[in-house]
Design a protein around this ligand. Structure first.
Ligand code: AMP
Length: 415
């Protein structure tokens, strides 16, 4: 026997019973994006590796350890996208939209070579928003407003939205320098991971899981002292404006893994998730467009982890109306397909399940009953001869009837 081929580790399939909880969340998100007048953009899932090296940064964990890169037949290094922002910015620079303002959303798969566990996959899905060409201020408020709408619209419980401000490129650098000099006398107490961060991306040390280093950091320099007053005011203003809509905390230790963030950064968590408790993150990235060869373009965006948000969203799937169509004729009965086609055009809201098996009428009826169909339409040789169709009610206490095609279409529109 030939060996069967399995899916890749961390890249799950989605079966209908999984999709049933995805669709209502995807639809609700689209509805919210629309209500904020954001347009959809779709970019390829593969780009030149350099795009991610230059944007996400080659010292970041994502590019350093997690990116899926390979050489194509032309020996060019390509990568599966680990996140959505770099591709969107590459795309709008190419179309010269970096000189104007635009608002985009996207949804799709992302790829990171991480150690798979609950809530962490190698192919996962994100929905994201990018507000492009807007200075710090109004757009930051609009994005936080949208996060509260998402949390409330999807009825997500026990959430915390942490916000922080990283200052501009200069203040980020000044702080990093001070932090490195402060931590240099504690190197012997740091683990390998933090030591590496100290050399490559010192701000990430604020994210450390090591309690001893967390304690040491308390007496170290604070990012708060490096950012302008206006930044602290922005954080407080956001908190007081939206605090009654969602639970907002200012957290001066919140840094994010990607190099391109400046200004406001945020992350939403829920205690209903396990160890991987962040379901949304993002921030301002005023320097990214220039890093990618575009015009100086202020921008802010966010990404939502769909697997995680779907696992905690408490909106219910919509119940699609369902009917079954079975034939009890001795041959294929092409007429049945013609009638079913007309019915589907008359009311596309209903899901009509045409029985394609060769089983007995009894077995067909049993199957129709199991599918939660409200009605079953039956076409046999006798009905074909008399131009009639049997309508059997499966969920109501109503006698079965014989109707003409015209009557059936009328009935079908009202189901
Ligand atoms: P990031 O781009 O790392 O800030 O990710 C944004 C969001 O995507 C996170 O808050 C998670 O919800 C989700 N996410 C990131 N990496 C993964 C992964 N490997 N598997 C599932 N979800 C992820």
């Amino acid at each position: 026997m030939t060996n069967k081929i399995n899916s890749l580790r961390g890249m799950p399939d989605f079966y209908p019973e999984d999709i049933i909880s995805w669709t209502p969340v995807e639809n609700k998100l689209e509805e919210i994006f629309n209500s904020y007048s954001i347009n959809e953009i779709r970019t390829p899932i593969m780009e030149y590796t350099d795009l991610y090296k230059r944007s996400v940064g080659d010292t970041s964990d994502i590019v350093n350890k997690e990116i899926y890169s390979f050489n194509d037949r032309n020996d060019q290094s390509l990568s599966l996208r680990p996140e959505g922002t770099a591709g969107v910015i590459r795309s709008i620079i190419e179309k010269k939209l970096d000189q104007q303002q635009s608002k985009f959303w996207y949804m799709g798969p992302m790829f990171r070579y991480e150690r798979p566990q609950k809530g962490r996959y190698r192919q996962f899905h994100q929905a994201g928003i990018e507000l492009l060409g807007f200075e710090e201020g109004k757009a930051d408020f609009e994005l936080i407003s949208m996060i509260c709408s998402i949390i409330n619209g999807l009825k997500i419980k026990n959430t915390t939205l942490k916000i922080n401000h990283l200052g501009d490129k200069q203040s980020k650098q000044d702080f990093a320098k001070e932090l490195v000099s402060f931590l240099s006398s504690y190197k012997d107490q740091m683990d390998e991971k933090d030591l590496e961060r100290l050399n490559t991306n010192p701000l990430r040390i604020l994210d450390t899981k090591d309690h001893n280093i967390q304690e040491i950091l308390k007496s170290g320099p604070s990012l708060k002292d490096f950012i302008p007053n206006s930044a602290n005011e922005l954080l407080e203003n956001i908190q007081s404006t939206f605090g009654d809509l969602c639970n907002i905390e200012i957290d001066n230790n919140l840094v994010r893994g990607l190099d391109y963030y400046t200004g406001l950064v945020f992350e939403a968590t829920s205690s209903d998730l396990g160890a991987q408790d962040a379901f949304l993150g993002g921030g301002r990235y005023d320097i990214l467009s220039e890093m990618l060869g575009g015009k100086d373009m202020p921008a802010i965006g966010l990404a939502i982890g769909l697997e995680r948000i779907i696992s905690i969203a408490t909106i219910s799937p919509s119940n699609k109306k369902k009917v079954a169509f079975i034939t009890s004729t001795s041959n294929i009965a092409p007429l049945a397909f013609k009638i079913a086609n007309q019915l589907r055009s008359a009311n596309s809201e209903i899901s009509l399940d045409m029985d394609l098996t060769e089983s007995s009428i009894k077995a067909k009826l049993r199957r129709a009953n199991k599918t939660n169909a409200s009605h079953v339409f039956i076409l046999g040789d006798e009905e074909i001869n008399n131009n009639l169709i049997i309508v059997k009610y499966l969920r109501e206490d109503v006698e079965q009837t014989n109707v003409s095609l015209k009557e059936l279409i009328e009935l079908y529109k009202e189901i």
